[in-house]
Write a new protein. Structure first.
Length: 78
């Protein structure tokens, strides 16, 4: 059997060696999730791929792009 070695630990030994910075990914929007309603529908895979790429190219979330496109559509349709 291996010997058990006891080492006196202090509170300072329990501090993480490296504190990770906050994620660089985009944070959730200013609207709380509890106020959002899911919108679900099916689209052709080619459209989904193009839509996701368009959002990525503009550094937008998918719901942000859909919202912007809808507002532009309704503004031009009046």
């Amino acid at each position: 059997m291996a010997k058990t070695v006891t080492i006196g630990l202090t509170g300072g030994d329990l501090v993480p060696a490296k504190i990770r910075p906050q994620s660089v990914s985009r944070q959730r929007g200013v609207t709380p999730s509890s106020e959002l309603v899911p919108l679900q529908f099916r689209m052709p895979s080619e459209f989904v791929r193009a839509f996701k790429q368009a959002a990525l190219d503009r550094d937008m979330k998918l719901n942000e792009l859909l919202n912007a496109a809808f507002h532009e559509f309704t503004k031009n349709g009046e």
